[in-house]
Design a binder for this molecule. Sequence first.
Ligand code: PXP
Length: 252
Amino acid sequence: MVQNIRLGVNIDHVATVRNARGGKYPDPTRAALLAERAGADGITAHLREDRRHIGDQDIASLMQELRIPLNFEMAPTLEMQEIALKHRPNAVCLVPEKREEVTTEGGLDVVKDEARLGDFIDPLKKSDCRISIFIAAEKKQIDAAFRVGAQVIELHTGAYCDLSYDGMVAERDIELNRLVEMARYASEIGLEVHAGHGLTYNTVKPIASIVELTELNIGHFLIGESIFCGMEKAIIQMQTLINEARNNIIVD
Ligand code: PXP
């Protein structure tokens, strides 16, 4: 029997809509609680340096209200480390961050930052935060994530999703294969493997079929789809597709 995949719901874009007008509506914590009620296994929120969507108060309120785990996405900066140490979320997911990007564009270059990241991660681990690093599906990045002490890697599925939408079937399959092989490799060396970015109803099944994955983090599409059918239905439909993919895996 293949292990189920947890669904983490990223609620950043509820804050994007709120911040378009200023004020307090719609409230990301209210959305997170709805997601929790609908069966989400976790909530992800990314506190950016420029606070373009999630704000400091959102993190405080999510920590106070949620019963399911919070995956706190952040850049590896000292400011964010201090905030994480104050709140001690269940998990910290380290991501690269550029002010000019629309969304997280690539994985963190752990190889380049290796000398610093081990020391950066250490106090977070001592505070019982599980450390995940968002990386491209590359062996050298996985090895470096392991060496700096991450317990989890989250594989970036953005390229796979973009290629799917551009109809570039051969390139999409190469990317999918890379994700499959790197998930297996990471799991073999003892890392827990998650994935996310850009996933939709149309792209989730091949990713959810990767045996080693234990969690998917999905935001933009689920929040968008909630406009049309409500958050509960959107989450249930996504979970149905994920479970269908899991149930079809043949283990030999
Ligand atoms: N995982 C990580 C590390 C991310 O940075 C994001 C985007 O904030 C997601 C998952 C979710 O991506 P999307 O909003 O495209 O579903």
